[in-house]
Design a protein. Structure first.
Length: 273
């Protein structure tokens, strides 16, 4: 059974997630996860599902994380996966991740493309394998250098097309993390107007395949204060700024306010129809 989180096209939900990468040790990872869970538990409005939080710890913490998040609306993700079961020493199969309670898996991050030689072929294999295992691929895409938003949108569209090998039914089950490579690890995120324009133009490309409302979240030095400034973006993928769990809570509050506004707009539109 496919376990894709509800997307903004169907429910107006906003996705807010965070990856720990490899910044935290095992015990620190569990302490951090407990703090994140507290941030979620103290916001009962999250149970409505209009804002969907997710967290992606390092591999060794996944079994314990599944226990810590039991009963929470927060989804558990993994930072990577292999492309098959079998004789692949050192890899982790999507089927094992699903067995552990993982719901989505990050694929194609710029660091893996640059430092682990993961090209479009490898990314496509992983996307297909994750989808076959019932996981939601969280596909990371983004241009290498700052330039025109139209060029960035075209580049990102090509990355998505390559990752699904032109299978747009498969693409409909993905969540896209738009992460300009030049903004990852920077002091500030990409400008909100730039991100909004890239996503708007990307949606224009995707409309040809019936995916104009496709979930596209922004990552790349994302932090509190950015989400309300974005237009047409489905949420945030946070990094080091959310290693302080209170910052994760601040972004959740911003997302809840935006979700309430979307719900009010939808209600008003329905009443006037």
């Amino acid at each position: 059974m496919q376990q894709t989180p509800a997307g903004p096209s169907s429910s107006g939900c906003i996705l807010v997630g965070v990856s720990a990468k490899m910044y935290l040790g095992y015990r620190d990872s569990l302490d951090w996860l407990e703090r994140l869970r507290h941030e979620v538990d103290t916001r009962p409005a999250l149970s409505a599902g209009r804002v969907v939080p997710f967290v992606i710890p390092s591999f060794p913490a996944l079994p314990a994380a599944a226990g810590l998040l039991a009963g929470s609306p927060m989804l558990l993700g993994a930072q990577n996966c292999g492309w098959a079961d079998g004789p692949w020493t050192g890899e982790v199969s999507p089927s094992m991740l699903a067995e552990l309670g993982v719901r989505l898996v990050e694929i194609g991050h710029a660091e893996r493309r640059a430092h682990f030689a993961e090209d479009d072929r490898v990314v496509a294999l992983k996307v297909k394998a994750a989808d076959d295992a019932g996981l939601t691929p969280l596909l990371c895409v983004g241009e290498g250098t700052a330039g025109k938003s139209s060029d960035a949108a075209g580049f990102v569209y090509a990355q998505i097309e390559a990752a699904v090998r032109g299978d747009w039914e498969l693409a409909a089950r993905l969540v896209i993390a738009y992460e300009p490579v030049w903004a990852i690890g920077a002091a500030e995120p990409a400008a909100a107007a730039y991100v909004s324009d890239v996503v708007k133009q990307l949606r224009g490309h995707l409309t040809r395949h019936g995916l104009g409302e496709f979930p596209v979240i922004y990552g790349g030095s994302a932090k509190p204060g950015l989400l309300p400034a974005l237009d047409g973006v489905s949420g945030l993928f946070l990094g080091r700024f959310a290693h302080d769990a209170s910052n994760f809570g601040k972004v959740l509050d911003e997302a809840l306010l935006l979700a309430d506004g979307l719900a009010e707009d939808a209600s008003a539109h329905s009443a006037s129809a």
